[in-house]
Every structure is written in structure tokens, then in C-alpha cells.
Design a protein around this ligand. Structure first.
Ligand code: KG4
Ligand code: ZN
Length: 336
């Protein structure tokens, strides 16, 4: 069956057609990054307006690339939560209109479930149950994937997400938005031992993260050095930040897997494109005899293919939206 997936939760307008979930027939992404770069981050009002302008063209292009029309599509899947509310509303209302006009079923998809599904696209052998770290610009969650549509959140960030920490440290170093990828590049020629950065102590829930202390430490280090006229080596600092974030993500996820009894780990979300994060997980999983699944780099960030893929599983599980479907800026994975 063919699913059309639509994504507009942040600054990418994306549409994709999948066949039986995991086979991607087409995928079109219109990124607004160049525009938001001028402001050093996503401006929600601008994001909503650009989604409005682009969503029809992106969807048409996805259908054209797939050489299909709406009459060939079996269901329309759309991201309805979590994300920027104005941005989500564009996708939700567009998908509702499309379903009303075509008579096709509407399938709501949780954005984090979409990121998790990106791994099914390249890894045919990956099947629940397993433990998934989802690290993106807005989320850092350790998720028990109980089956394709049921999740339990074992840990989450108390403050900043890992991607947000990458981006804010990058911004303080003068890199353009989104800075994660610039830290990744700079870290390649840096010495990760040059700057010793703090690992957070999180009390209470043992699998929760905290990244705001690391961010503040880096910002203070840069300010103090500037005041004293001490030059900071950006490559070395980038390598230190990348190593610290990778260690924090990896240690918590491996320890959650041990404690909760999982031997299979997946990583998903924009931060899973980071080379330090990928190699830290490869090393740790090999040492702990755990099977690791990483998404293809082009499927780490926001895209329509992961929504079409998760939409397929949601469709099979009977999830449907109707004309009253609304978007939600926040919604736990456990509530869907
Ligand atoms: O999943 P995503 O595209 O959007 C959200 O759902 O938030 O994740 C975007 C985040 C940004 O913070 C971006 O800087 C980060 O993923 N990111 C990276 C890399 N590529 C994207 N962070 C570190 N290294 C990368 N190579
Ligand atoms: Zn995302």
C-alpha cells in the first residue's frame, strides 16, 4: 500500500511516498535553514509562513517523483505533534483538506515516532522490542519501543536537548545556525582532551539527561577567555563538546539498556548524524555485546519518508484522524 507522508513540525517542509512503509518511492524536502540562519535560530512565524507557501509544491513534487496521483495513495500520514504549533497546523490542515477532497484516510503521526521509524527504512531486520535514543534539536529521549506503535519513555532531558546544546555552543563560537554540523566538522581536526568539560549530575530519574550545565560552561569559558584576551581553539573546543555530548548520550543509553534488559539499541534524530555520536555508540555497543542500528545520514534529520513509514504502521494499528484532528506543541509518546 502507498502512504503519502507530510512533515512540517519545524523548519523543513517535507513529503514522501512509501510503499508498505519501508520502501521509499519518493522524498522531497524544502529546507528553510538559509532564511532562519540570519536570525541564529528558527523564527516560528516565518516557519509557518514558508510551510504555507511550500507545502502544496512539495507534495505535488513527491507525487510526481513517485509517478503516482492521489487516486493511487491509500492513506495520508501527517505529523501532528510535537513541534512549533503554527508550523504543525499548516501540515495538519493541509492533510485534512487533502483527505477530504480525495476521500483517503488520515493517519496522525507523532514526530518522535517518525524519527524512530527512520531506522526501519534501512534496516529490514530491526524489529521491536528494542531501546532507542532519540536525540534532536527539540528532544533527547530514551525510548522503549515496545512494538511499532507503543512506546515507553525511560528517560528524557530535564532542560536543553542534545541538538540544542550543540547549536547553542556552536552559536557562542560564532558558527552559523544550525551549528551541530559545524561542530562535527571542526571536531575532526581538534584535540578532545584540550578542554575538560563537565558531565552533568542528574538526581532522581537515573536515565534523564541535562545539557544546560555543559552549554553554560562553554559560554562562560568563551566569555572569560575573550575578556582575558586568551584565544580559544575552536577545533579543540568542538572536539571536547562532541566527545562530552557523545559520552553522556552513550553512557545513559547503554546503562538503561542493561538495566531494562535490552540487547538491541537504535539511535535516531538529527544528532544521530554526528560522527562522534555514531562512533561512540559503535564502540560501546561492540564492548557490551549489543546490536546497534543507526539511520542513514540523510534520514537523521526531519523528512517525510520517516512519517510515511511510521504512518504505515499506525495505519495497520488502526490509528485514524478525522476532521477534528488538531496539532499539539507538546505531547508525550506514551499518550498516542
Ligand atoms: O531531528 P532534527 O532534524 O530536528 C528536530 O526534530 O529537532 O534535529 C536537528 C538537530 C539540530 O540541533 C542540529 O544541529 C542537529 O540535529 N544536528 C547535528 C548534526 N546534524 C544535525 N548535531 C551534531 N552533529 C551533526 N552532524
Ligand atoms: Zn525532528
Amino acid at each position: 500500500m502507498y502512504i503519502l507522508g507530510i512533515e512540517s513540525s519545524c523548519d523543513e517542509t517535507a513529503a514522501s511516498v512509501s510503499e508498505n512503509g519501508t520502501k521509499i518511492i519518493s522524498s522531497v524536502i524544502s529546507s528553510q535553514v538559509d532564511e532562519h540562519k540570519k536570525y541564529g535560530g528558527v523564527v516560528p512565524e516565518i516557519a509557518s509562513r514558508r510551510h504555507c507557501e511550500n507545502i502544496l509544491g512539495v507534495t505535488k513534487a513527491a507525487l510526481e517523483q513517485a509517478e503516482l496521483t492521489m487516486s493511487d495513495i491509500d492513506a495520508v500520514a501527517v505529523t501532528y505533534a510535537p513541534g512549533l504549533i503554527g508550523a504543525l497546523l499548516v501540515g495538519v490542515n493541509f492533510a485534512k483538506g487533502l483527505c477530504m477532497a480525495s476521500g483517503k484516510p488520515l493517519v496522525p503521526v507523532h514526530h518522535i515516532a517518525g524519527h524512530i521509524a527512520a531506522n526501519y527504512i534501512v534496516h529490514e531486520d530491526l524489529k521491536p522490542p528494542y531501546l532507542c535514543l532519540v536525540a534532536s534539536g527539540g528532544h533527547s529521549h530514551i525510548v522503549e519501543v515496545l512494538d511499532y506503535t507503543r512506546f515507553r519513555v525511560a528517560g528524557r532531558t530535564r532542560d536543553d536537548a542534545a541538538g540544542e546544546c550543540f547549536d547553542k555552543c556552536a552559536r557562542a563560537m560564532g558558527f552559523p545556525y544550525p551549528g551541530g554540523v559545524h561542530i562535527d566538522k571542526a571536531a575532526c581536526s581538534g584535540d578532545s582532551e584540550k578542554y575538560i568539560l563537565p558531565h552533568p549530575k542528574v538526581t532522581g530519574s537515573e536515565f534523564d539527561f541535562s545539557f544546560s550545565g555543559l552549554k553554560t560552561f562553554v559560554i562562560n569559558l568563551l566569555h572569560n577567555s575573550a575578556q582575558k584576551g586568551i584565544e580559544i581553539n575552536k577545533n579543540d573546543l568542538s572536539a571536547g563538546i562532541q566527545k562530552t555530548i557523545s559520552e553522556i548520550l552513550c553512557e545513559k543509553t547503554i546503562s538503561a539498556a542493561r538495566k531494562l534488559g535490552y540487547n538491541t539499541i537504535a539511535v535516531a534524530g538529527g544528532v544521530s548524524a554526528n560522527s562522534g555520536v555514531r562512533s561512540a555508540f559503535e564502540k560501546a555497543c561492540a564492548q557490551n555485546n549489543m546490536k546497534l542500528y543507526l539511520p542513514a545520514r540523510e534520514l537523521c534529520g526531519d523528512n517525510g519518508a520517516m512519517i510515511a513509514c511510521q504512518g504505515f504502521f499506525n495505519y495497520l494499528a488502526g490509528h485514524r484522524g478525522d476532521e477534528s484532528l488538531n496539532a499539539a506543541a507538546t505531547l508525550s509518546l506514551e499518550e498516542i
